[in-house]
Design a protein around this ligand. Structure first.
Ligand SMILES: Nc1ncnc2c1ncn2[C@@H]1O[C@H](COP(=O)(O)OP(=O)(O)OP(=O)(O)O)[C@@H](O)[C@H]1O
Ligand SMILES: [Mg+2]
Length: 414
């Protein structure tokens, strides 16, 4: 699905004519095939904030369950109404079955409870007394619920746990509303760097070898830090880190193992964006990063597009016709002109969106694309998810307007 540009890269002889300009025709992204393939075990939906990662994850999970697979979707901070319609009324950190009438498979959903996941690791990896010490430590409490990157890290942890159980045919993973889509991939490293952090070690281990030399300076330094941070916090950190020492190795190993899980065959990334410059730029960074890390990319979902109901009439012609209608002064002319103007605006918007998508494809011709039209309102129930699932998984060429689903407007004839 991902490697498809050999034809353009394998050319060795010089052609007599200059090569044609690169086409901006995206490859089709066939998500139905991907999610029903028994070899597909993990699908990770990532992208910039607010583009539709959670909704896409839930819609794909629904489609896979309807196609007969036993699916769990790990959602992160779903909108309240969506959570309710998936039966996720409280955070309990375990998958709950969603009743999907008529589905051949099973849909289960869960919301990530970051703190609970962190607590569970602490309990599983230390003695009961140590665990108690850590859990009660105020510094731990802050870290486990608010440290930037904890959510990303815990999503990975939870994914590791779900995968280890082998209960699921398919795990669909939503990713946190990060500033940057890359945060998800960076989280394990950042987390272990933090726990291993020189700063923390400096603060908490003044008597260790190596620090004695600097101890006069260090004492001064630590006194200043105490003043700024407060002695209690420093003691909390110190107690936390020494308690953590016992399980620290574990953290790092697990971070590495989960990262490796993401590179194993059977895992696919779906990058979600909206047809806007920032979201597509973010998608572009992410695509580059996945390829640098040799992580498998299924393709790009361009969500919330605005295709017109007909593409037979261009914006210019619609505007012209509106003018003419008004000039004619006939009965109903204003209404007709209004409708034509709405169409013209929609065509202009769709043209802009197509242009942005084309720019992405010119830069990444190997990335398959699927566009998903914006629904009239929010997507917050099973019916809404089903409409979205159809847009995501329907065959590329099978649309009422004849425009393939990898595009917003028909391709220009060359
Ligand atoms: N195709 C669509 N049509 C209409 N509304 C949509 C569509 N996709 C998503 N939405 C709406 O957009 C909003 C954001 O979607 P969602 O929560 O899935 O984004 P997200 O990427 O998970 O956001 P965050 O980064 O905050 O986690 C929601 O209100 C959702 O209902
Ligand atoms: Mg979300």
């Amino acid at each position: 699905m991902s490697a498809a540009t050999e034809a353009t890269t394998g050319r060795t002889r010089r052609s007599p004519r200059p090569p044609a300009p690169p086409t901006a025709e995206a490859l089709p992204l066939e998500l139905a095939e991907l999610i029903t393939d028994p070899d597909t075990r993990i699908v990770v939906c990532c992208g910039a904030g607010g583009v539709g990662k959670t909704t896409t994850s839930a819609a794909l999970a629904l489609a896979a369950a309807e196609a007969g697979r036993t699916v769990v979707v790990l959602t992160i901070d779903p909108a309240r109404r969506l959570a309710q319609s998936l039966g996720l009324v409280e955070l309990d950190n375990e998958p709950r079955r969603v009743d999907v009438p008529g589905a051949r498979g099973e849909l289960h959903a869960m919301m990530l409870d970051m703190k609970r996941t962190f607590d569970d690791i602490v309990v599983a990896h230390s003695t009961p007394e140590r665990a108690q010490q850590i859990l009660e430590n105020p510094f731990y409490q802050t870290l486990s619920s608010s440290f930037a990157g904890t959510q990303e890290y815990m999503a990975m942890e939870k994914l590791g746990q779900l995968r280890a159980g082998d209960r699921w045919d398919l795990i669909i993973v939503d990713t946190p509303p990060s500033r940057s889509a890359l945060d998800f991939l960076d989280a394990p490293n950042r987390m272990s760097r933090f726990l291993d952090g020189t700063m923390i070690r400096l603060l908490t281990a003044p008597s260790r070898t190596g620090f004695r030399i600097a101890s006069a300076g260090f004492l001064f330094f630590s006194r200043i830090i105490s003043k700024i941070l407060g002695g209690q916090l420093l003691r909390d950190i110190s107690a936390f880190v020494s308690a953590l020492d016992t399980m620290f190795g574990g953290f790092r190993e697990r971070a590495t193992a989960t990262y490796e899980l993401l590179r194993r065959p059977g895992t696919w990334f779906v990058v979600v964006a909206t047809p806007e410059p920032d979201a597509l730029r973010e998608a572009s960074y992410f695509v580059d990063r996945l390829s640098a890390e040799q992580m498998p990319l299924a393709g790009l979902v361009v969500n919330r597009t605005h295709p017109p109901t007909t593409t037979a009439l261009s914006a210019t012609r619609a505007d012209g016709a509106a003018e003419e209608a008004l000039e004619s002064g006939r009965e109903g002319a204003e209404l007709a002109a209004g409708a034509l103007r709405v169409h013209a605006e929609r065509m202009t918007l769709a043209t802009r969106e197509q242009h942005l998508a084309d720019r992405f494809t010119s830069a990444h011709p190997e990335v398959a694309v699927r566009t998903v039209p914006a629904a009239a309102g929010d997507v917050h129930d099973l019916d809404g998810l089903r409409v979205m699932a159809d847009a995501l998984t329907g065959p590329d060429g099978d649309t009422p307007t004849g425009v393939p689903r990898r595009r917003i407007l028909p391709a220009r004839r060359r």
